[in-house]
Design a protein around this ligand. Structure first.
Ligand SMILES: NC(=O)C1=CN([C@@H]2O[C@H](COP(=O)(O)OP(=O)(O)OC[C@H]3O[C@@H](n4cnc5c(N)ncnc54)[C@H](O)[C@@H]3O)[C@@H](O)[C@H]2O)C=CC1
Ligand SMILES: O=C(O)C1=N[C@H](C(=O)O)C[C@H](O)C1
Length: 259
């Protein structure tokens, strides 16, 4: 498949390697600040023309929280299957969903493309369901990432917290700041630290007066994210179960349910 990359930073370079390893061709790399990008520009008519002229059959976007929404709204109308890994935009998801529906294209997003984290999500959901009956356990989430990360909390941390609140009725409100008061029992605290070169670590704590249960996912490298993003595009660009091109907004749950 001919793939265009929008955002050619740490993840863009890792994704290029993963794509080439799987026999794809990276025909265009777009990034306004990366001097080694084939198209050193931001979202623009020039960028869209470059992608169109490249014959790209799929696009993978890993840019910046401040740029991703503009990129999505520019790239979706091209009709080229689009995979977005950039975090910090899902508050605009419903607008994106409407655009995808109106333009009848294929869009897949995930805050974390690694297989391990998507299995971890299922473990956390089940653990939260178990804990619903044991009120003596409080719960919180902690995430740590490298000191180059531009958003907080992590998209993965937010997804973990959402799954806990979906399955643990006593936790109704997400709190992601520093406390200057005692937490309310109904508040789920999600805390973040930015340090060194940490690829991404997420821990869920279930804590009682008697003991603590910790569930942790530790990413060792970014390779899992990159490979997962390329495999997600392969799936998105493949025909659906009905044999027709996929249309709509998808997540990694859809990929795992079919693969
Ligand atoms: N979904 C997942 O599995 C993962 C998601 N991420 C997310 O991906 C994003 C990027 O992460 P990294 O590659 O580590 O960051 P990075 O900072 O190394 O690379 C981002 C690149 O985007 C470029 N950029 C900025 N504005 C742009 C625009 N308008 N158009 C095109 N490119 C633009 C920057 O110049 C930079 O080269 C972050 O939001 C991060 O949270 C990171 C790893 C895994
Ligand atoms: O910025 C990163 O590096 C990562 N960001 C994603 C997130 O915000 O969850 C995924 C992964 O943890 C790495």
């Amino acid at each position: 498949m001919k793939i265009a990359l929008v955002g050619y930073g740490k993840m863009g370079h890792m994704i290029e390697k993963a794509a080439l390893m799987r026999g794809h061709e990276v025909v265009c790399t777009v990034d306004p600040y990366a001097k080694d990008a084939s198209c050193v520009t931001a979202v623009s008519e020039e960028m869209l023309k470059a992608i169109g002229d490249s014959g790209a059959e799929g696009i993978i976007e890993f840019s910046h929280p401040a740029s991703v929404t503009n990129n999505i709204f520019s790239l979706v109308p091209t009709g080229i299957p689009l995979v977005v890994g950039t975090t910090g935009w899902v508050d605009r998801l419903e607008e994106v969903r409407r655009l995808v529906d109106d333009t009848r294209t294929a869009f897949l997003y995930s805050s974390n493309f690694s297989v391990g984290v998507n299995l971890f999500y299922k473990m956390v959901s089940e653990a939260a369901r178990l804990m619903a009956e044991f009120e003596e356990y409080d719960v919180a989430v902690f995430e740590s990432h490298h000191n180059q990360k531009a958003d907080s909390p992590s998209g993965t941390g937010l997804d973990i917290a959402r799954r806990i609140m979906e399955n643990l009725p006593r936790k109704t409100t997400l709190f992601t700041d520093s406390f200057t008061r005692r937490p309310e029992p109904s508040e789920l605290h999600l805390a973040s630290v930015r340090v060194g070169s940490v690829p991404g670590t997420h821990t869920v704590y279930f804590d009682s007066a008697a003991d603590t249960i910790e569930l942790t996912h530790t990413a060792r490298t970014r390779e899992g994210f990159a490979l997962g993003a390329v495999r997600a595009l392969e799936w998105l660009a493949s025909p659906g179960p009905d044999g027709h091109a996929r249309i709509g907004v998808y997540t990694m749950n859809d990929v795992f349910s079919e693969v």
